[in-house]
Ligand binder design. Structure first.
Ligand SMILES: Cc1cc2nc3c(=O)[nH]c(=O)nc-3n(C[C@H](O)[C@H](O)[C@H](O)COP(=O)(O)OP(=O)(O)OC[C@H]3O[C@@H](n4cnc5c(N)ncnc54)[C@H](O)[C@@H]3O)c2cc1C
Length: 382
């Protein structure tokens, strides 16, 4: 059992760490406060090849794997979650469905601009009526000649309304199966298609430099060839996309948890109270020791899930565990980190306050913590 990164993985980790520290950290607080999307940082990540990490060279990617993407996400998450989720959603939700399930024509049409980060893709599954019960989809797509006619709406869709968003994959009911069950398919909807409206961005508690919108489809017509993969496979497709995505979110959450440790150790050396650095007090030391333990455990959990995935073994349970553990670690560490900073922890100029606001969504997005527990229990035969 070897848990060390190999030379190539370590080089990638180091490159992204350097980028996050030198280029993201100095500017991201301003983007966050202005609730502005950081186009230049996204373009730089594109030039670094981060969007193409798990994609084969044949399709313009870096020829790496999903673990490489997760390594990059952990390092970004250590400094900022808005930038990290923009990459996570751009790859895991935006381009992977096309890479995994698209036809040769769809790959040729969409992947070149998505793997370079010049354009972003999004994934519209959640609807205003509910996200956890994804089978309760209400959006419909009716085949009319050689076009799908889509009606319905999607909520909270990441990367769906930027100036560089080119396509959104949406799940929709395309028919009825025997016994009245819904037939759900995934369909590619290019940005700017008539009948496809992107609402103004949400005002969010966290991830404030990332892009999130409600989408509506009103007799929106796209070619029949925009069906992603097989008709009726949409439900199975998004379940497998979400299984992978949970490992990516777990890596991001691990980064956030580790970022809280980084900041807290530094501050514990600098800040004095009662004539001594606060880090000399055991109460602070123990708090930071627990934070490091959570970040470490969370990393082991996503490494274990990624190792199973890369080995081609079933990894549903491990991915759910990793996401659950890392979102708990992110929540706990951001609370403790903010406490260590005292009043400054509540000020926007210090990253720990941003980590605190960004941690909560990790218990909600890509499957709530309750959904992760349901998945784990199901894998145990319950
Ligand atoms: C910033 C942000 C970005 C997002 N990005 C995307 C995106 O790109 N694409 C996308 O498709 N979605 C996206 N989402 C949606 C996200 O995945 C959903 O919010 C999430 O899956 C939960 O769905 P819901 O909000 O409808 O909550 P609900 O499903 O209504 O759940 C409400 C509460 O009930 C609990 N609950 C539900 N069912 C059960 C049950 N059976 N047993 C116990 N508890 C239960 C839930 O855990 C939760 O606590 C995003 C959300 C946010 C906030």
């Amino acid at each position: 059992m070897n848990l060390d990164l190999d030379d190539e993985q370590e080089a990638l980790r180091h490159t992204v760490e350097d980028f996050a520290r030198k280029e993201v950290a100095p500017v991201i607080g301003g983007f966050y406060e202005r609730e502005e999307f950081p186009y230049d940082l996204v373009a730089k990540m594109g030039r670094m090849g981060l969007f193409g990490l798990p994609v084969s060279e044949e399709h313009g990617g870096m020829g790496g794997d999903y673990t490489a993407l997760c390594i990059a996400l952990e390092e970004l998450g250590r400094v900022d979650s808005s930038v990290a989720i923009t990459l996570e959603a751009g790859v895991s939700l935006g381009l992977m469905p096309i890479y995994r399930f698209g036809t040769d024509e769809q790959k040729a049409r969409w992947l070149p601009e998505l793997v370079t980060g010049e354009k972003l893709g999004a994934f519209g599954l959640t609807e205003p009526g509910g996200g956890s019960d994804a089978g309760a989809t209400r959006t419909t797509a009716r085949l009319d000649g050689d076009e799908w006619v889509i009606n319905g709406s999607k909520s909270f869709i990441t990367n769906s309304g930027t100036d560089i968003t080119s396509v959104v994959t949406v799940t929709a009911i395309t028919g009825e199966r025997e016994g009245g069950r819904k037939e759900i398919s995934a369909i590619l909807v290019p940005s700017g298609t008539p009948g496809f409206t992107v609402a103004p961005k949400y005002s969010k508690v966290g991830w404030n430099a990332s892009d999130t919108h409600e989408l509506s489809f009103d007799d929106c017509r796209v070619p029949a060839t925009n069906l992603l993969g097989e008709r009726g496979r949409g439900y199975a497709q998004f379940l497998s996309i979400l299984d992978e995505g949970r490992i990516a979110i777990a890596a991001l959450g691990t980064g956030l948890a580790q970022g809280c440790v980084d900041e807290s150790v530094r501050y514990a050396h600098e800040r004095e109270a009662f004539g001594n650095p606060i880090g000399s007090y055991q109460a602070i030391q123990f708090k930071i020791a627990e934070m490091e333990t959570r970040a470490h455990t969370s990393r082991l959990a996503w490494y274990a899930a990624a190792a199973k995935m890369q080995a081609g073994k079933p990894f549903k349970k491990e991915a759910a565990i990793a996401k659950l553990v890392s979102s708990n670690a992110a929540m706990d560490n951001s609370r403790d980190g903010t406490q260590i900073f005292g009043g400054y922890g509540f000020m926007n100029e210090f990253p720990v306050g941003r980590f605190y606001r960004d941690a909560k969504i990790l218990e909600i997005g890509e499957g709530t913590s309750e959904v992760q527990k349901m998945l784990i229990a199901r894998q145990l035969g319950l």
